[in-house]
Write a protein that binds this ligand. Structure first.
Ligand SMILES: [Zn+2]
Length: 372
């Protein structure tokens, strides 16, 4: 007996021809159960390619309706779909593309009430959302249920993605707390092709993961810059104090709204991990300041300007720094001087000051700039 029908054989022939993929890879895709959280800019290309490629069971989770402002990047939708539920419209398109798939529509946002039951039964979760609360919820459920998930985000001309698997660094190791002042596509805008590019990278990793091929993004963060076309990988290290080390993440509900609340207690406000710092540094977002002495700065530095923490520090900061609400990141050797300098700046009215936790010393241990 054949393992594929004639139609399936015709449809998936180009996959099966690939040595590394073959019959086994295609059969694995057919068995796979994938949860797509969010059917927007990322979810559209992701779901489209997973469906075309023959991923057998897809669950689409999205409580939003199609609006005209979605159409420049959410390519599964048309003018005629405005006002209709995204998950249902997307499912209809995917069904037309590949009628053999099992498609489940969940026309609601991922929440504390539905997350565990949705994640429990799937082989891979794809984060195609646009907010940190949803990502912490996915992360924590995936820690508790020992499930892998693929994180992706896009804003303006930049994107990020990473694969988190049980036992390795988790999303909270990378982002112990939601960064301050993070804007989503609605607030900051996004080039229409960025979610397509990052979504396809996400689909690419998903197909390889499901087919049992090697995934270079397992435990690594990829940064995609759409303007200068730079792509970089940063190795992620498990944070010693992170909930993932215990294998159990408490999931907190806000008593009044039932909404998920981010547990931000793990990190001091305004502290960046070496990987976060590296992402900030390479994205050229905000001012970078070395608060060690000029001599130390000249000997070795992580970029930016030198503004030594001495008696004139705050006077020079007042005259030399741009607007008080523009972002700035401080670093020193161990994190102590930068913490003191950050406090002085905050006391002087600067509102968006962050520091490199553990300073250059911890950064050198992690070496997040190393290409992989
Ligand atoms: Zn962790």
């Amino acid at each position: 007996m054949s393992r594929f029908t004639a139609n399936q054989w015709q449809r998936y022939q180009r996959h099966i021809q690939l040595d590394a993929f073959g019959v086994a890879g295609q059969l694995r895709l057919r068995q796979a159960r994938v949860l797509v959280v969010g059917v927007g800019g990322l979810g559209c290309p992701v779901a489209q390619y997973l469906a075309a490629a023959g991923v057998g069971h897809l669950t689409l989770v999205d409580g939003d309706e199609v609006s005209r402002s979605n159409l420049h990047r959410q390519v599964l939708f048309t003018e005629a779909d405005i006002g209709l539920g995204k998950a249902a419209v997307a499912a209809a398109r995917l069904r037309a593309m590949n009628p053999e798939l099992e498609l489940r529509v969940v026309p609601e946002a991922l929440s504390i009430d539905n997350a565990e039951s949705l994640i429990e039964g799937c082989d891979l979760v794809l984060d195609c959302t646009d907010n940190f609360s949803a990502r912490y919820l996915i992360n924590d459920c995936c820690i508790n249920l020992r499930r892998p998930w693929l994180f992706a985000s896009v804003v303006r001309f930049s994107g990020q993605l990473a694969l988190f698997t049980p036992g390795k660094a988790c999303f909270r190791c990378l982002y112990p707390r939601a960064p301050e002042g993070v804007e989503d596509c609605n607030a900051a805008g996004v080039l229409s092709t960025l979610p397509g590019m990052v979504g396809l990278l996400q689909a690419n990793e998903a197909l390889k993961f499901l087919a049992g091929l090697e995934c270079p993004l397992d435990g690594r963060l990829m940064l995609v810059e759409g303007l200068d076309l730079q792509m970089r990988h940063l190795a992620l290290q498990p944070a010693p104090e992170c909930v993932c080390r215990q294998g159990r993440a408490p999931i907190l509900a806000d008593d009044d709204t039932g909404a998920f609340t981010c547990d931000t207690s793990a990190a001091e406000a305004g502290e960046l991990s070496p990987v976060e710092f590296e992402a900030r540094r390479s994205g050229d977002r905000g001012l970078l300041l070395d608060v060690r002495s000029q001599q130390e700065h000249e000997a070795f530095n992580l970029g930016g300007d030198c503004l030594p923490l001495d008696e004139q520090f705050i006077d020079r900061a007042r005259t030399g720094l741009p607007e008080k609400n523009s972002p700035c990141v401080l670093y020193c050797q161990s994190g102590r001087r930068s913490a003191r300098a950050a406090q002085l700046l905050r006391d002087a009215g600067f509102t968006r000051v962050e520091t490199l936790a553990g300073g250059i010393a911890r950064w050198l241990e992690v070496r997040p700039d190393q290409p992989v």
